[in-house]
Each structure stands twice: as structure tokens, then as C-alpha cells.
Design a protein around this ligand. Structure first.
Ligand code: PLP
Length: 347
């Protein structure tokens, strides 16, 4: 099986396991784990922030970013497909007691929309107060242009709102834009990054921001039960990934582009590469059917609605890409011959 369901599936490399086994550790709740501290310092330095904090998951990094930036009853402005909305249960409502205001379609909010939403809240007791503007980069593999991000963060600042970047795949965005990581993080009050996706570490994410933001986030992390003791053992994997796997994500992007190119001419589907992902558009409602057919040919992928997502990561080689392209070609050809698809395509 070639597993293209997610870039979270990577296993630690031998060198990473060695770094973990040999990590210097201490009690991180006392601030005494040297490996965690080094990871936090190097992350902050890369992102151009004063401080950063290691957390067990991207979910926790995001939720802490939201928790420290908002008051109960305020609004968080986000896209309906942001991870915050679709993949973190109702944590925003439960933990921060905020109300999401959602846009859809375009991947980032226009100035008209921002101004309209802000104007509505002014002087009208019916409406919730605007609190935080949420961004995500990459967003389903899509690189959000820095000019759009800057427009949104400038709006937030000018209107007394805060801003957060969900940068779980910020590494991919910076690589695709060919800019330093700090440029992607610039302008936001807080930024979350993930070590266990494209970078290939087994555990953890970080929240970055100014010293006061991170001081408050540390209190929040303890409140949620996220204070970890000899966390250097896992932080060492993240530190190894940060130092050694950051620049290689361009290889994933190149492999995704190759895979998309190999399968894009197949009948009934279109395939587009976006950073480390290939998005396959199927006939409406048939994505699950396609994902099942891919699995019968040895390729694991996630499909829903009219989209199958193939994610290239650290454990995927050039040979895997060639094999995946061949298997997907067979699967799509089989589907084309099956009674199911003949029926749907003739309707
Ligand atoms: C994976 C992901 C997260 C959070 O990941 P965890 O699984 O909680 O570590 C947050 N945002 C985005 C965009 C993600 O893809």
C-alpha cells in the first residue's frame, strides 16, 4: 500500500529516533527541559517572533491562539473550510466561547467583506463584537499570497481586532513562495506551526508570538492539561525535523506536481497539484467511490464529495509516485468500465 491519506502518517527516521533517544531532558513545566527550550528558541527565531511554545498538537496551538486573543462572546472571522471550523470539533465554542462568522468560496476575505462585517457590529447592540481574524497558509494546499495576508492583518490591526495564522503547513507555503519563514508569519499576533506534518516529526506543534502572548499561552496550556514534563524526548524529534527536513519539502512539491501531471489526462477526472497535495476532482458525489477504487489498486487516499486528496510526504519516493500514477490510471480505467459509472455518466 502507498499511503497518500495525509502528511501526518510519516514515521520518525533512524537519525530522528537517535536524536530522541539521546535527548537531554528536564522538567518542562518548571521550564527546565533544555531540548524543549532549544526547539522553542529556534522556532521563534525562524518565525521572527519573540517567543514560541511547544504543544502536543496543532489543535491545541490553534485553540490557545484563539483563547488568549478573544473575550467570551466575541466573533472569530474564518473561512468555513478552515481547520478551526471543520476539524477541531466545537472547541472554539466550548473553550473560548466565541461565535464564528464564516465566509465561503474565495479563500480569503475581500476588503468589502471585512468592512461590511465590521460596520455591522458598530453601534448596534444586536451584533457580537469582532474579536479575531483567522487565516490559514497553506489552505488545503493552496498558497495564500502574502499581499492578501498583509491586507487582512493590516485591517485587523487598524480595527482593534487580533489576527492568528494557522500555519500547520507554513513550511510548505514559505518553500513555495521562496521567502524566509518569518515573512509568512509577519503581521500576525500569533502563529501556529506543525512539526508532525510535512516535517515528519512524531509529535507536536508550536504557537509563536510576542513574549506576552506566549506567557499567557503558557498559562492556557497548563489550564488545558498540556504541561508536559520530560518533553525533550519528543521535542528532540521535532527539533531534528525542523533542522533537517524543512528545506526538503520542495521535493514533496515536485513529486506532487509529477503525480498530478501523470494522472491529469485520465477520463472523468481532473488533477491539480497544490504544494504537497494533488486534488483530484471526480464526478459529483463519486469521490468516495474513486478512493475505494484507488485502495483496491494499492493506493490509500481520502475522498469526499467530488474531491480525492492525495498527499505527498517524507515517506513517499519517486518510485512510489510512478507506482501511484500507474495504479490510479488502472483504477480510473476500471471505474470507467464498471456498470456503476456507466449508469451515472449516461444520466
Ligand atoms: C493538521 C492541521 C492542524 C492541527 O493538527 P493536529 O492534528 O491537531 O496536530 C491545524 N491546522 C491545519 C490546517 C492542519 O492541517
Amino acid at each position: 500500500m502507498i499511503d497518500l491519506r495525509s502528511d501526518t502518517l510519516t514515521r520518525p527516521t533512524a537519525a530522528m529516533r537517535r536524536a530522541m533517544a539521546e535527548a537531554e531532558v528536564g522538567d518542562d513545566v518548571f521550564g527546565e527541559d533544555p531540548t524543549v527550550r532549544t526547539l522553542e528558541e529556534e522556532t521563534a527565531e525562524l518565525l521572527g517572533t519573540e517567543a514560541a511554545m511547544y504543544v502536543p498538537s496543532g489543535h491545541m496551538a490553534n485553540q490557545l491562539g484563539l483563547y488568549i486573543a478573544t473575550l467570551s462572546g466575541q466573533e472569530v472571522w474564518a473561512h468555513e473550510q478552515h481547520h478551526l471550523i471543520g476539524s477541531e470539533q466545537a472547541a472554539a465554542a466550548v473553550l473560548s466561547r466565541v461565535q464564528p462568522r464564516l465566509y465561503s468560496g474565495d479563500p480569503w476575505p475581500s476588503n468589502t467583506l471585512l468592512r461590511d462585517w465590521y460596520a455591522r457590529a458598530q453601534g448596534d447592540v444586536h451584533h457580537a463584537e469582532p474579536g479575531l481574524v483567522w487565516s490559514e497558509n497553506t489552505f488545503s494546499g493552496l498558497v495564500v499570497p502574502l499581499s492578501e495576508q498583509r491586507r487582512v492583518t493590516a485591517f485587523a490591526r487598524a480595527h482593534g481586532m487580533r489576527s492568528h495564522l494557522d500555519g500547520a503547513r507554513l513550511w510548505n507555503a514559505a518553500a513555495a513562495l521562496e521567502v524566509p519563514h518569518a515573512q509568512v508569519a509577519e503581521g500576525f499576533d500569533s502563529v501556529s506551526v506543525c512539526f508532525s506534518k510535512g516535517l515528519g516529526a512524531p509529535v507536536g506543534s508550536a504557537l509563536a508570538g510576542d513574549a506576552e502572548t506566549i506567557r499567557r499561552a503558557r498559562r492556557g496550556r497548563k489550564l488545558l492539561g498540556g504541561g508536559m514534563r520530560q518533553a525533550g524526548i519528543i521535542a528532540a524529534g521535532a527539533l531534528y525535523a525542523l533542522r533537517h527536513h524543512r528545506d526538503r519539502v520542495v521535493e514533496d512539491h515536485a513529486r506532487a506536481a509529477t503525480l498530478a501531471e501523470r494522472i491529469s489526462g485520465l477520463p472523468g477526472i481532473t488533477a491539480r497539484a497544490r504544494t504537497n497535495m494533488v486534488l483530484v476532482e471526480t464526478p459529483a458525489g463519486e469521490a468516495e467511490e474513486y478512493a475505494k477504487a484507488f485502495a483496491r489498486h494499492g493506493i490509500r487516499a481520502l475522498g469526499s464529495g467530488d474531491r480525492v486528496r492525495l498527499v505527498v510526504h517524507l515517506d513517499i519516493t519517486d518510485r512510489d509516485v510512478e507506482e501511484a500514477a500507474r495504479s490510479i490510471t488502472e483504477a480510473v480505467t476500471d471505474l470507467g468500465c464498471s456498470p456503476h459509472s456507466v449508469v451515472t455518466s449516461s444520466v
